[in-house]
Every structure is written in structure tokens, then in C-alpha cells.
Design a binder for this molecule. Structure first.
Ligand code: FE2
Ligand code: FE2
Length: 294
């Protein structure tokens, strides 16, 4: 298992925790000028990355649909953009992606089965949910078996599981038609493994949060274009591109929220655990404030 990030042994209030940023659904095209749903995906991503850089994340998770047209040029540009953050990057394939091409530019991904990484006190499991030729997703029975083995034989440290497709409906018909097939295979593991503290995904182009037992289920909005929450059809969210920050704390607690480039100061709600930190996000939105803003 690759030890990606060492947590700080001592220091300020955030000692022992890991700053993880999740970006999703960048939908970059081969030509940077090509619009995605009427938006310039490169410009949206870059606006979000500017905010992310001020937080100095220790780890970046890009959760699929990184390209719109599965072109090498789009992956190459994305890799270049993310490199500027100076943090390890791990990626998930989405239904728009070409896994073979992605691997040329991103070596950390679930390319041969679940990818398991160590980040501070946490273990991260990246699962491929791509079902070739389909918009909806599925996790192979073999990958579910590997995940179960890992959970049953590994140390009882907090676990975050990431995939592209939503394992529960997010209440938006246009995208809930294309969720993870047979999600009970994955969700059934939560009941027996309360060390799974977070299950995160992209694909839905909106923010969403719920809990099952002690697990937080979190959707990450798109860095390109989002829909207002709960819409029947894709309905452009004027709040624009966004991403999710997660702070994985040493004892298994989790703080998370969203950054939207157009969020205003009054929308922000500081995470008190960060207030003493050096790398305090300039503007963070807590879950309640962020809901519906994409
Ligand atoms: Fe997408
Ligand atoms: Fe997708």
C-alpha cells in the first residue's frame, strides 16, 4: 500500500489530519476553447484551482469525467494544471473517460482493481465504477470481493471509499437514471464496517450529502458546469464551478465543505478546527450553506 501523505506529528490544532481536495467532472475537451454545456471547462477548473492552491492540499482526488471527449490532449492539459498544486494526484475514471489514455498521464488510479492508499491515519480505496458502453456504472463482483477482503483483514483505521457513480439517488431525475447498478453490494459493507467514514463520488454535477450509519455519503460538484439540486432536467446552476475539501482527522472525524468560485463571504462558515491553522481556506462553505449551490 502506498503511503501517500504523512500527517504532521505535532503542531497546531490540525495536527494529524490530512487536507484532501476532491475535484470532479472537469469535462475538458481536446481544444481548450470548446465549450461544455455552454461553459469553458478549462476556465472553470482554473478558477477552482486558484482557490484550492491557497489551502495547500496534501492530496488531490479527481473523481472522473475528467475529459469530455476522452482525448489525450485533455488529459495532458489536466495533468499540467494539477501539477501546479504540488500534491500527489489520484484519479478515478468516469463514463466519459478513456482509462487507457488516462493511465499515461495519471499513474494512481484503480487500473488493475481497487487502489488502496494510505493518507495519514486513513486508508483510501479508489474503485472503478465504469461499465463499458454505458452511462450508468457498476462495480465488478471481483472488486467488491477485494474490497471486502481488505476491510476484513486490514487494521481498523478510518477508510474513505471513492468512485465515480452515485450509489444512492441524489434526487435529480436527469442523473439518477444513470447511477451505480446494484449499489447494495457496496452499501451492504457499510453496516459491518463502521471504519468506513466516507463514501465520495462525482458524476451528479451537484452537491449532495447524506449519512448511512457512521458513514458520510458525499457528492462532489463539477469544476465545469453544475445543475441546481433536485432538478428534473439539467438546469444550469449559476453558482458555477465548485469542488469539495475534506479534512481527514487523525481519530477518524471528517470535516468537509464546498468551494464555489462565486460564493460570497456571507455564505462562508469557517470550520473551527482550521481557525488556528496556517493553511486556512480563504472561503469555505459548510454543507448547509453549500447545498443547492452546486
Ligand atoms: Fe460528468
Ligand atoms: Fe459521469
Amino acid at each position: 500500500m502506498e503511503q501517500l501523505v504523512q500527517s504532521k506529528a505535532s503542531g497546531h490544532q490540525t495536527a494529524g489530519s490530512i487536507r484532501l481536495v476532491q475535484i470532479s467532472d472537469c469535462h475538458l475537451c481536446a481544444a481548450a476553447a470548446t465549450l461544455y454545456r455552454g461553459e469553458n471547462a478549462d476556465a472553470g477548473l482554473l478558477s477552482v484551482l486558484q482557490k484550492i492552491a491557497t489551502w495547500q492540499p496534501q492530496l488531490v482526488l479527481a473523481s472522473g469525467d475528467l475529459s469530455e471527449d476522452a482525448s489525450a490532449a485533455s488529459y495532458q492539459r489536466l495533468a499540467g494544471y494539477l501539477q501546479t498544486l504540488g500534491a500527489p494526484v489520484c484519479v478515478l475514471p468516469g463514463n466519459h473517460d478513456n482509462e487507457e489514455l488516462m493511465q499515461r498521464y495519471f499513474h494512481r488510479g484503480p487500473w488493475t482493481g481497487p487502489l488502496i492508499l494510505q493518507a495519514g491515519a486513513w486508508r483510501l480505496v479508489l474503485l472503478s465504477s465504469v461499465l463499458a458502453g454505458h452511462i450508468e456504472g457498476a462495480i465488478s463482483p471481483g472488486d467488491i470481493e477485494q474490497l471486502r477482503d481488505f476491510l476484513e483483514t486490514g487494521p481498523q483505521t478510518p477508510v474513505l471509499i471513492a468512485l465515480h457513480h452515485q450509489p444512492v439517488p441524489v434526487g435529480a431525475q436527469w442523473i439518477d437514471r444513470y447511477m451505480l447498478r446494484a449499489p447494495e453490494a457496496l452499501l451492504g459493507l457499510l453496516a459491518d464496517h463502521d471504519e468506513i467514514r466516507a463514501l465520495v463520488w462525482g458524476h451528479v454535477h451537484q452537491a449532495f450529502e447524506t449519512t448511512i450509519g457512521s458513514t458520510r455519503l458525499l457528492a462532489c460538484p463539477s469544476t465545469a458546469a453544475n445543475s441546481v439540486a433536485g432538478a428534473l432536467h439539467f438546469t444550469r446552476d449559476p453558482a458555477g464551478p465548485a469542488c469539495r475539501w475534506l479534512q481527514l482527522k487523525a481519530q477518524g472525524a471528517l470535516a468537509t465543505g464546498l468551494w464555489s468560485r462565486r460564493a460570497t463571504r456571507s455564505d462562508f462558515n469557517q470550520d473551527p478546527t482550521l481557525s488556528a491553522g496556517q493553511n486556512q481556506p480563504e472561503n469555505q462553505v459548510n454543507e448547509d450553506a453549500g447545498k443547492g449551490s452546486g
